[in-house]
Ligand binder design. Sequence first.
Ligand code: G3P
Ligand code: MG
Length: 278
Amino acid sequence: MDIFPPPTTILLKQANLKLTGPFRIELKDITMIPSFFKTMPRIIGHRGARGHAPENTLASFKRAAELGTQSVEIDVSVTKDNKTVIHHDSEVDRCTDGAGPVLLKTLEEIKALDAGSWYSNDFKGETIPTMAEALGCISALNLSLNLEIKPCTGWQIPTAQIVGTELRDKNTFGLPILLSSFDIEALVAIGDMLPELPRGYLTKAIPPDWERRLYEARADSLHCQGQYVTKEIVQAVQKAGYKFLVYTVNDPDHAKQLLDWNVDAIITDYPDRLFPLL
Ligand code: G3P
Ligand code: MG
């Protein structure tokens, strides 16, 4: 049975209710969702402050904070021995002195890599952080966090479950977290484990069936690539009850247009370039 008549979705969302089956409605715990979005700044640092430091390292998170950024986006994936690490690519080649897939390396092997020298000798000795190290650092910096689940294709469910388990069992920092992913399966899997955390569905272009996808992902926000955003789609998505985030926008003129269209937040490599727009 098709349980997707969009008007019902909108009504349920506005009433903070969740449709979990054809005829079942249950109260949705909204305690964490509004608190994250209420304090979400309009400028979020991409992979820390990727324009100023090697992406997804503790140095990058610290640089973001030094620039005045209040929230950062980072990518999490998993190792061969089921540990969580903060890394964007499925391979380590681009951003370390090593080679090969993250998923085929143990945490010990990952930790032996230099994740700073590729960017600049000033960052020699930076390592790929574990998720626990990243959460501790970002919490100590008093930032909020957009944690993007970045599974190797085929490893969506294990990745979501390993990340979810660690967040559920070990995130004692009280850090405000918005989860996100391009992968609906991963969002659903982690949503089952951590229903109290808000979730964002990532896409490049906005698909025609965006509302169905947001519903299936049980998402609270839509995150799109900047070049595909129009004023009309921002209005439509927000009218349907979702937050609208845009990545990765580094050009202040483009960012100004998006802010004028009332997007909720922009993810950027150069937060310092966009702050004068606020
Ligand atoms: O979460 C926004 C953005 O990071 C998504 O794309 O490839 O930079 O992780 P990517
Ligand atoms: Mg990302």
